[in-house]
Design a protein around this ligand. Structure first.
Ligand code: ADP
Ligand code: MG
Length: 621
């Protein structure tokens, strides 16, 4: 039993359409973005003020949960029950973060060093996944209020250096917040996407991300619209908060406040910190800042501020140097430099980075928003709205099924976009066939025996029909995670069956490269093999039909015609045993030429019989 194609036209790839949002789940701030009239936009809160949701979660005595700006206000007054920087704990064990504990104002559970970190608030323990889910839920509510519709699908960004555990933890947080996380995207890749850099030719791109508490530099390589991370470097405790700290010390000196007073008087501490951040931000746009703190006039010039933070900026450049070295590149080989993170608004940072790389930096987009905007663009691609614009993910090898004679019938060709779907119709090659085996293969060779088998299943309970009559529809659906669903259904009876496979599971890059190379090396042999098999298939169909013809038209054929037809059928049968396509095709031709007038006569007599109102047998010719 075997399956044969009905419609040899190539199945066309379609993409599904749906709302998918983009989320930047940051250490300091998080944002949600979506597409409005083909443009990525970050969504503001109900107060219409800011697109940023501080990544802070506060638990009240009554175990109410506050997230964002409201929670941030509790950082100073109630630090034990206010969780910030939870991103630093994602996917980590207590052992991993032991040395970080001094940085947190809250309690990390310490009974089992090997297990995943938990955070104690009152008498309850929370995982970083649960806490992140609170932030994600807030972002989800924000966009649902904006759209007036339910949202269940998202793309979430993570740092390029996040390992599998950290990525999985981020996915889990999404799930807990009621979001199906279709894709985890690297933050630098999202930033490059936001600037439309995927449209460029082959390029090397540096993404410089200076946030609140962390600094990341990533070197990306772009080819054929796909970004690859070449190297990453950075400092997990270097960011805008350190600029604030330097200013706090500076102001305290001016006001004669000692460190002890500062930590004891919480309100004073908060006031100084807020003033410091205000001064820092103002100096990004003005040459001097002046303000008032506890009745005393304060002024600060940009050059003075720059002198204070210069060593910190230099540290980021040292990381850049290391990242370039790891990528095996010189600064001159970097084509584009993208600025990300709120702290890149500081003019000194921009100048120093531009000078280091020797070229102007990309800084037109809001550095707070750029990652979320890129996530929304990636989401739009997954939703299938940017079909021909971006090529972010492609199938490395063709996917198809085995058809009669062991031939590979490709349904999704290699280099097709993911997600995508394609289908084709098939029929049976044997009368009364009830079960049909669908074997799924991956590879470029014409014979399935040379390709990689991904799986198989049996479509059962096809009602008995003559060969060629059942209509079997096979659909290949490849989702954003690279999971392939193969669905087979017999359209006349409605019987259906499907399987799910992960085509990239258990195959290395080298294996894929080898399979591609083999297909090129064997292209000529493969073409001959396919030609022979196709000729044989055609011959077999004709032999089947020929035998039927002789039986059905016994009355209208004379003895000699029957003998000759039988002889030609036998000759064809013998030809199919030989490994020569041309011999088979010649035998087919001879048989067809001889039987053509006989078939016409048979048809005429059928029509005459029908006109005479007699019952007739259906003929197959
Ligand atoms: P993260 O990626 O860690 O979540 P962000 O990219 O949101 O962080 O950056 C937050 C940091 O950016 C804070 O330290 C904030 O003070 C700083 N920042 C925001 N605006 C400015 C500005 N105008 N000038 C200087 N620093 C700024
Ligand atoms: Mg960030």
């Amino acid at each position: 039993m075997a399956i044969i194609p009905i419609n040899l036209k190539d199945g066309s790839l379609e993409n599904e359409q749906e709302i998918i949002i983009g989320i930047d789940l940051g250490t300091t701030n998080s944002l949600v973005a979506h597409m409005v009239d083909g443009k990525a936009v970050c969504v503001k809160g109900s107060d219409g003020k800011s697109t940023l949701v501080p990544s802070v979660v506060h638990f009240t005595q009554k175990e109410e949960v506050l997230v964002g700006e409201e929670a941030k206000e509790k950082l100073i007054t109630d630090p034990a029950h206010t969780i910030y920087s939870v991103k630093r704990l994602m996917g980590k064990s207590y052992k991993d973060v032991q040395n970080l504990e001094k940085h947190f104002g809250y309690q990390i559970l310490d009974d089992d060093t090997e297990s995943l970190v938990k955070i104690r608030v009152f008498d309850r323990f929370y995982t970083p996944v649960e806490l992140s889910a609170h932030i994600l839920r807030t972002l989800r509510q924000r966009i649902e209020a904006e759209l007036g519709a339910r949202v269940t699908k998202a793309v979430i960004t993570v740092p390029a250096y996040f390992n599998d555990n950290q990525r999985q933890a981020t996915r889990d947080a999404g799930k807990l917040a009621g979001l199906d996380v279709l894709r985890i995207v690297n933050e630098p890749t999202a930033a490059a996407l936001a600037y439309g850099l995927d449209q460029e030719e082959t390029e090397s791109i540096a993404v410089y991300d200076l946030g609140g508490g962390t600094f990341d530099i990533s070197i990306l390589h772009l080819q054929d619209g796909i970004f690859e991370v070449q190297s990453t470097n950075g400092d997990t405790f270097l960011g805008g908060d350190d600029f604030d700290r330097i200013l706090v010390e500076h102001f305290c000196k001016l006001l004669n406040i000692d460190a002890e007073t500062l930590s004891e008087e919480k309100e004073l501490g908060q006031e100084v910190r807020l003033t410091a951040e205000k001064a820092k931000k103002a100096l990004s746009f003005a040459d001097t800042w002046s303000g008032n703190l506890r009745g005393q006039e304060l002024t600060l010039s940009r050059p003075d501020f720059e002198a204070m933070i210069a060593p910190l900026v230099q540290r980021t450049l040292d990381c850049c140097k290391q990242a370039l070295q790891d990528a095996g590149l010189q600064t001159s080989q970097i084509d584009k430099v993208v600025m990300v993170g709120g702290s890149t608004r500081v003019p000194l940072v921009k100048q120093q980075v531009a000078a280091f790389f020797g070229k102007p930096v990309y800084d037109k987009l809001d550095p707070d928003e750029v990652v979320a905007l890129g996530a929304a663009i990636q989401a739009d691609v997954l939703a299938g709205n940017q079909k021909d614009v971006l090529l972010l993910d492609i199938t490395p090898l063709s996917l198809g099924i085995e058809t009669v004679g062991g031939l590979m019938d490709v349904i999704i060709p290699r280099n097709s976009k993911v997600p995508g779907k394609a289908g084709r119709q098939y029929t049976t090659s044997v009368d009364g066939q009830k079960n049909l085996k669908i074997a799924v293969f991956q590879g470029e060779r014409d014979l399935v025996e040379h390709n990689r088998k991904l799986g198989e299943f049996i479509l059962r309970d096809i009602p008995p029909m003559p060969a060629g009559l059942p209509k079997i529809d096979i659909q290949f659906i490849l989702n954003a995670d690279g999971i392939l669903t193969v669905k087979a259904s017999e359209l006349r009876s409605g019987t259906a069956q499907s399987i799910e496979i992960k085509p990239t599971y258990g195959i290395s890059e080298e294996d894929m490269a080898r399979m591609l190379l083999d297909s090129i090396v064997h292209a000529k042999d493969d073409m001959q093999a396919r030609g022979l098999l196709e000729a044989r298939n055609e011959a077999n169909n004709l032999l089947l039909a020929g035998d039927k013809f002789l039986i059905q038209n016994d009355a209208i054929l004379d003895a000699e015609e029957k003998e000759n037809t039988k002889a030609l059928l036998t000759a064809l049968r013998e030809a199919t045993q030989k490994d020569d396509k041309d011999v088979i095709l010649a035998a087919i031709e001879t048989l067809n030429t001889y039987t053509m007038p006989l078939a016409h006569r048979a048809m005429d007599s059928t029509i005459r019989a029908a006109m005479a109102g007699k019952e007739v047998n259906q003929t197959d010719f």
